[in-house]
Design a protein around this ligand. Sequence first.
Ligand SMILES: Cc1ncc(COP(=O)(O)O)c(C=O)c1O
Length: 279
Amino acid sequence: MIVYLNGAFLPLEDARISVLDRGFIYGDGVYELVPVYRRQPFRMAQHLARLQHSLDGIRLANPHTDAEWAALVGELVARQPFDDQGVYLQVTRGVAPRDHAFPAGVAATVFMMSNPLATPSAAQVASGVAVVTAEDNRWHRCDLKTTSLVGNVLMRQLAADAGAVETVMFRDGFLTEASASNVLVVIARRIVAPPKDNLILPGITYDAALDFAREAALPLEVRPVPKAEALAADEMWLSSSTKEVLAVTTVDGRPFGGGAPGPVFRRVHALFQKNKPQG
Ligand SMILES: Cc1ncc(COP(=O)(O)O)c(C=O)c1O
C-alpha cells in the first residue's frame, strides 16, 4: 500500500515518524476521512472546510492550500489499485521535546493513507443495525475532528462488547451523536436532526442526507432532540462517510422502529445512492 508522509509517497512499511511526534504523545492533531466513489472524492470541498475548522480549533496552521490537498488526495487515490476508497488524512503539531505548550518553529506532520471504502453490507442496509446507548462523557469540543479519540474509542467498545455497531450518546438529556457517526431520527414522518453545535461533529454525510431530503421536499427540522423523544422516535439512522445512512433497528437489545428500516430511511437511502458519485 502506498501512503503519503511529509512530502513523499512511499510504501506503508517504509513510513516512519518519531516517537516524539505530538500526535503520538498528546493526540495533538486533526484528521479527515474523505469517501471516494469510483475514484471521485465525495464533497471534498466540505471535508477541506471542516479540516480548516479543526485546525483553527487547535490553533495549527494549515500546511496546504485546498488546491494542494486536492492534488495530494488525487495522487494518493490514483496510486491505489481499488476504485472505492476512504482517504484518511492527518495533520499533527509535529515533532518536539515533550512539553504541553506549543513548540516554536516546528513543521506539522502530514500523513495520508487510503483504504478500500467499507460501506454497509446489503444485509445491514435491508435489516438495519443494533446500537447501545450511553451518557456522552467526552469533552465540549466534539465539533473538532481531533486524533484525541480515546473518548470515542471507549464508547465504540461498549457497542463492540454488546455485539452492536454503534453507541448512541445523550448529554444532559439530549441526543448528541454516536462514537463515529451522527444520529438522526424520524418523528411522524419528519426528519429531526440535532443542531451542529460544539457537542457533535458536523458530519459531511449528515449535511448530504439533509440536502438530499430538502431537495426532495421531505419534512425536516434541526433542533435539540430530548432523549425520551429519540428513544420513542419512529426511525433512527446513523450517518457517516463509511456508513452512508444506515437504519437502527435494535436499541439496547430491544427492537426499535418496528424492528425494520422505516419508509423515510428507505427514501433517503435511495436518494443517497442516486446522488453519490457514480464514476
Ligand atoms: C464522532 C463522529 N461523528 C460523526 C461522524 C460522521 O462524519 P462524516 O459524515 O463527515 O463522516 C464521524 C465520522 O467519522 C465521527 O467520528
